[in-house]
Design a protein around this ligand. Structure first.
Ligand code: AMP
Ligand code: MG
Length: 203
């Protein structure tokens, strides 16, 4: 499905968002603007689709992916939220905060998303295009930065194509990313303590 030909870059209007949703439904790869950087999205519930992310990026399979969701209710299908996690999500979502939480044993997710860990990273993004895409599909989206492994995270469609042209199906172009900085990642432990795993836009 992921073509060897040039990747299509399209303005992120309603029509192309619907087309992107259909590509994702079939297990394809779509680069999507978020408020942090451009992400490389695939359906997170499909082993094949998630494997395509790792292949397109050349990403080592021990590096887990962030699962993008609509909101806290959606995230609770995949992760266990304690009071602290719920408080953080209600304060900072939608927005550039990723929560690493205990993974639900019944979470409908490809195993490679969490690279075999008992935890899962979840985030509800604030960018309207990513939100419209999440509304258009009935699965969560695994989405690391849309660059080949070892390259800098992209903040524009042209920047995505610089390393992934021909390796992914489509790029939704919505101009420059607002933050240009990847999400803050925190792990919330069972006892409510919080550990920062990656610095980012949220202190
Ligand atoms: P990227 O999407 O390329 O910004 O990378 C996602 C980041 O989230 C990587 O640094 C991962 O190590 C981190 N991450 C994802 N899932 C987990 C997890 N379950 N535990 C700890 N870190 C995680
Ligand atoms: Mg990255």
């Amino acid at each position: 499905m992921t073509s060897k030909n040039a990747t299509e870059s399209v303005p992120a209007d309603a029509g192309s968002i619907a087309k992107a949703a259909a590509i994702l439904e079939r297990g394809g790869l779509v680069a999507v603007p978020t408020e942090t950087v451009y992400g490389l999205a695939a359906r997170a519930d499909s082993d094949d689709a998630v494997a395509r992310i790792f292949a397109a990026k050349g990403r080592p399979n021990f590096n887990p992916l962030i699962v993008h969701v609509r909101d806290v209710d959606h995230a609770q299908q995949f992760a266990h939220f304690n009071d602290k996690a719920r408080e953080l999500a209600h304060t900072f979502w939608p927005g550039p905060l990723t929560l690493v939480l205990p993974k639900r044993s019944d979470a409908p997710l490809a195993g490679a998303v969490s690279a075999g860990l008992p935890t899962i990273a979840v985030r509800a993004p604030a960018h309207p295009v990513m939100q419209q895409l999440l509304d258009a599909v009935d699965f969560p989206l695994a989405a690391p930065s849309a660059n080949r492994s070892g390259f800098i995270s992209p903040t524009s469609a042209a920047h995505v194509l610089a390393t992934l042209d021909g390796r992914i199906d489509c790029v939704l172009d919505a101009g420059s990313s607002e933050q240009g900085l990847e999400s803050t990642i925190v792990a919330v432990r069972e006892d409510g303590s919080v550990e920062q795993l990656r610095p980012g836009p949220i202190d």
